[in-house]
Design a protein around this ligand. Sequence first.
Ligand SMILES: [Zn+2]
Length: 519
Amino acid sequence: MLHKIKDEISENRKYIYLTYIISILTMLPQLIASFSMSKPGHFIFLSVVLVMLLFIPKFNKLLFSLFIIYINLTNIVIGHIFIHWGYTNANIGPMIETSALSPRYEILEYLTTYVDYRDLLLIVYSCLMLVFLYKFLFHFKHSFKVVKLLSFIATALIILGVGYWNNLLASREPFNIPNKCMRINNHIKIYNARMQYLNSLQEVAATDKTSIYDKIVVIQGESVNKHHMSIYNYDQKTTPFLSSLKSKDTLYIFDAISPANLTRYSLPALHTQANVHNFFELFLHSKSIISDFKTHNYKTYCISNQSKAGKDDSYIASMTQEADVHFYSNLDYASAKPDEVMLPYLNSIKNNRDKELYFIHLMGSHAQYTKRYTDKHILFQNPINIKEEYDNTIYYTDYILQNIFSCFIHKFQNQKILFIYVSDHGEVVSENKHGHGLFPTKDQYDVPFIIYSTIKNNRIDELYEKNKRGYFNLENLNYMVKYISGISEENRISYSGDVLGLEPKSIFNYDDLDFYKTK
Ligand SMILES: [Zn+2]
């Protein structure tokens, strides 16, 4: 048998060499990317795929060709991300989604900014590989028999092994791209359905003169657990700025819970009529506060340091699209810079006396914590654990809030300004587990809800009195904001303990939950 294998190999030498060259050159771009980004696990995975590719052409040319074509196409996408954005496993979904949700002029703008000769070289490279493959397909035949069977067994063993090692071949790049595209498609459907509803509205601008404020600044925080804020009695001084406002009688600190522990469900529940018990139907068929204020003659701005799209964001994209003016400072969580990147834009806003609403979406305390702040504005210079890293994000956000407040107060002196600061959800902060969107615990719902008004406003006092009865569920934040701004008479408050745990199908009661316990 060994003799037979030797014979078959020497008979098919050229065939073997060519398939080896095609396989190695095809895998090379992604191997280089994963190696240079020091992703050892992924590098090993890709190497195993390469070994598998060396066996496949010995028993099936068609299967081999499909693999080669597929990997060469993904080389162009992954190579582009590697060259321009730094390759990480989480980037491809949001990139594809962003381009699917963007208007055409933005795609063109993107192409002219972020496609250069390196992308073209990669495309030429991939085309060359396909020409090679074509030549191979039509000009080379093999006479494997024993090797054919052995190669088949080897491939099957690798697939079974990889499947066991990594759950499924399809869960890793580049093989998970079709799966990601399918999931993105569902998000895009929701986005499109909501946009269709919004476009169908025939709005007449309101003529009432009941609106109280000249400027409304909604600061949407991210992953803020209020028990890590000194203004909510935390023992570390994480919020010096907010705490310094405590002496003012127009600062209001509320007791509130978020309606969900994931951004994608929480933000719609906060800012549209969607609520815990009727999420999708109301989200798809209601405006957000951005449009509500637009109807009341406010110019609306969305300024965001979160990404435009991604598994969380196409829900939110359909809301932020409602604004008249957009500014996005980053593409996704992995490449986001600390929130001060938004400050130059805020500072560049011209002084004016118009009615304006600003929706400012911070990256706040989203994991990874160490990426959310700069060394200049932190509490712990050398954080020794997760808790200190997290506290640094809270401290840094307090510094960002200080900048936002002072920017508006100095720029629009003598104007009536309303500031609202909330978080989309809380966070579990512990050594062995941290994050949100985990099995529901109280920490994932305990969020700050803070209002600061430059004028005395009875409606906020009324709200504050009502908060003494019990925590607010922020599923009705949109009603509260409209009420205290004077554009609505409907003071609809939710005292419900019902919250969404991970998805709209599963509802938990906050009062039945525990805090996360360190095991
Ligand atoms: Zn979030």
